[in-house]
Write a protein that binds this ligand. Structure first.
Ligand SMILES: Nc1ncnc2c1ncn2[C@@H]1O[C@H](COP(=O)(O)OP(=O)(O)O)[C@@H](O)[C@H]1O
Ligand SMILES: [Mg+2]
Length: 467
C-alpha cells in the first residue's frame, strides 16, 4: 500500500470506529431515557388506576361482599375508562383470569404474562417485549379493602422510542457516510501535500542515480522531508564536484602524457635521423655534424628526464624537505651571481632590493625554485631589467618582477601545469619543456608556502612567492 493510501485508510477507519462507538453510546443513553420516561408515566397511571378501581367498586357495591360481582360485570367498562386517561390498552385481571379489556383480543397476547403474575403477588412489575416494534407491559396490584386482589395491566407500544432509536441510528449512518466522504477528500489533499515532496525527492534520486548529475530535488518544505531534500541536494553538489574534479584530473593527465610523448619524440626523431645518416655516409663533415646532434639531443633528453624525475620526486608524499636556517639574502645573491652570464646574453640586468632575512628552508630546493623563476624572466620576458625584492613581515615574501612581454589571462590559468608552454612556436628555440613552474610550485607547497603570478601582456610579469 502506498503512503497516501495508508494515510487515507487510517483516517477513515479512525473516524468509523469513533462514530460507531459514539453512535452506540448515544443510542443506548437516549433509548434508556425514553424507557425510564415511559416507566414513570405508567407508574403514575397505575397509581391512578388502583385508586379509581377501588373507589368505583366500593361505591357501586351495595355491600362489601358484592365487590367481586361488581368487578366482574364492570371490568370491561373500567378498562375502557382507564384507557381514556392512560392512552393505551388496559386490562383487568383476577389472578390469571382476564376480567376486562379495553381493546378486542386479537389473540396475540401471551396467556399469563410475567408482570401479571408478579402483580397478583402484590408487586408492581413490567417487562418489555423486544423486537422490531417493542411493547412495554406494566402491571400494578389493586387491592380492594385488603380483601380482594386484582391487577391492572397496561400494554404500551414503544412506537415513539422505536422511531427515535431508528432515527438516531440513521442520523449516525448518514453523518458517518458524509464525514467519510469529507475525510477522504481532506486526507487526499493533506496526504498529497505530504507525499508530493517525497515524490519529487524520489524522482530526483532516481534520475541522479541514472547519471543525470544536474538533477536536484525541488522539495523545499519546512519539515524532515525538506531537510532530507536539501541534504540530498548538498550530497549531489558534492558528488558532481568530485566527478568534475576527477574529470579535470583525467584531462590533465592526458595532457601530460600527450606532451611528454611529443617532447620525447622530437629529440628521438632527430637522433634516429642522424644515426641513419651515419650508416650511409662516408663524408667526415656530415659524420661530425651527425655525431654532434646525436650527442646534444641525447643530452637534452637526459636533462628532460632529470627534470621530470625531479618533479616526480617532489610529488611523492614521502619526499622529505631538509629544512635549515638559511640566509635568504645571501642565497638570492648567489643565484643572481650564477645567472649573471645568461642575463647578459639576453641583454637584461638584475636590480636587487633584499632585506636581511633568515628563514628555515631547504636551501637546495629554494635555490632551484628561484633559479626556475628568474630563468623564465631572463628567457621569455625580453625585459631590460629584472627586479628582485625580498622582505619579511608576517611571512617572507619574494617578488621577481620583469617589465617584458607578459602572459595573457587564459595562459596564466594553466601556467603551473607540467609541459605547459605559452607559445610553443615562439619558444621552440629556447630550451624548456614547461616543467620549471610545476617544479617551482611543488617546492613552494612542500614548504607550506604559496606562489602566484600577476601578469599583463606587454607590461610584464610578477611572480610572488610567500614562505
Ligand atoms: N616571466 C615570464 N614572462 C613571459 N612568459 C613567461 C614568464 N615565465 C614563464 N613564462 C611562460 O610560461 C611557460 C612555462 O614556464 P615554465 O614552467 O618555467 O616552463 P619552461 O621554462 O620550461 O618553458 C613558459 O613556456 C613561458 O612561455
Ligand atoms: Mg622555466
Amino acid at each position: 500500500m502506498k503512503l497516501k493510501q495508508k494515510i487515507i485508510a487510517l483516517n477513515v477507519s479512525t473516524l468509523f470506529i469513533m462514530l460507531i462507538a459514539l453512535g452506540t453510546i448515544i443510542t443506548a443513553i437516549t433509548d434508556n431515557y425514553n424507557l425510564q420516561t415511559v416507566l414513570r408515566y405508567l407508574e403514575s397511571q397505575g397509581d391512578y388506576a388502583a385508586v379509581y378501581i377501588e373507589q368505583y367498586s366500593i361505591n357501586k357495591a351495595p355491600n362489601f361482599f358484592e365487590v367481586p360481582n361488581v368487578m366482574r360485570t364492570n371490568a370491561n367498562f373500567l378498562s375502557a375508562v382507564l384507557k381514556e386517561t392512560a392512552k393505551c390498552r388496559v386490562q383487568i385481571f383476577y389472578g390469571s383470569e382476564r376480567l376486562g379489556d379495553s381493546d378486542p383480543d386479537i389473540g396475540t397476547d401471551i396467556a399469563i404474562r410475567p408482570e401479571i403474575k408478579e402483580a397478583f403477588d402484590n408487586n408492581r412489575a413490567y417487562f418489555i417485549k423486544e423486537g422490531k416494534s417493542r411493547v412495554f407491559y406494566y402491571a400494578v396490584p389493586v387491592s380492594i379493602g385488603d380483601k380482594f386482589l386484582y391487577s391492572v395491566g397496561f400494554i404500551y407500544p414503544l412506537t415513539e422510542a422505536d422511531n427515535m432509536k431508528a432515527n438516531t441510528i440513521n442520523m449516525f449512518l448518514i453523518t458517518g457516510l458524509l464525514s467519510a466522504l469529507l475525510v477522504t477528500l481532506g486526507s487526499t489533499f493533506i496526504s498529497n501535500k505530504m507525499t508530493d515532496p517525497i515524490k519529487s525527492l524520489n524522482e530526483a534520486t532516481k534520475r541522479f542515480s541514472k547519471g543525470d548529475l544536474e538533477c536536484r530535488s525541488a522539495a523545499n518544505t519546512r519539515d524532515e522531508v525538506g531537510e532530507l531534500s536539501s541534504t540530498f541536494n548538498a550530497m549531489a553538489d558534492n558528488i558532481q564536484d568530485q566527478i568534475s574534479k576527477l574529470n579535470y584530473e583525467k584531462e590533465k593527465q592526458k595532457y601530460f602524457f600527450d606532451n611528454f610523448t611529443h617532447e620525447i619524440r622530437t629529440p628521438l626523431t632527430t637522433i634516429i635521423g642522424y644515426a641513419e645518416l651515419l650508416w650511409k655516409t662516408d663524408d667526415s663533415e656530415v659524420r661530425d655534424k651527425s655525431l654532434f646532434y646525436i650527442t646534444s639531443e641525447g643530452k637534452r633528453m637526459l636533462k628532460m628526464m632529470e627534470r621530470l624525475l625531479e618533479l616526480s620526486k617532489l610529488k611523492n608524499y614521502s619526499f622529505e624537505v631538509h629544512r635549515a636556517s638559511t640566509d635568504l639574502k645571501k642565497l638570492i645573491e648567489d643565484v643572481c651571481e650564477s645567472l649573471q652570464y645568461k642575463a647578459k646574453r639576453y641583454n637584461t640586468a638584475f636590480r636587487l632590493d633584499l632585506q636581511h632575512v633568515t628563514h628555515s628552508i631547504d636551501p637546495d630546493l629554494v635555490k632551484q625554485l628561484i633559479i626556475n623563476v628568474i630563468d623564465n624572466s631572463i628567457k621569455y620576458s625580453k625585459s631590460s631589467v629584472i627586479d628582485i625584492v625580498l622582505k619579511k613581515q608576517k611571512t617572507v615574501e619574494l617578488v621577481i618582477r620583469d617589465y617584458g612581454c607578459g602572459i595573457d589571462a587564459k595562459n596564466l590559468e594553466n601556467i603551473f601545469d607540467p609541459y605547459y608552454k605559452v607559445d610553443k612556436s615562439r619558444n621552440s628555440q629556447i630550451e624548456g619543456w614547461g616543467l620549471g613552474l610545476s617544479i617551482a610550485k611543488e617546492i613552494v607547497e612542500k614548504h607550506n608556502g604559496s606562489i602566484r603570478i600577476e601578469s599583463a601582456v606587454d607590461k610584464g610579469t610578477s611572480v610572488i612567492v610567500t614562505l
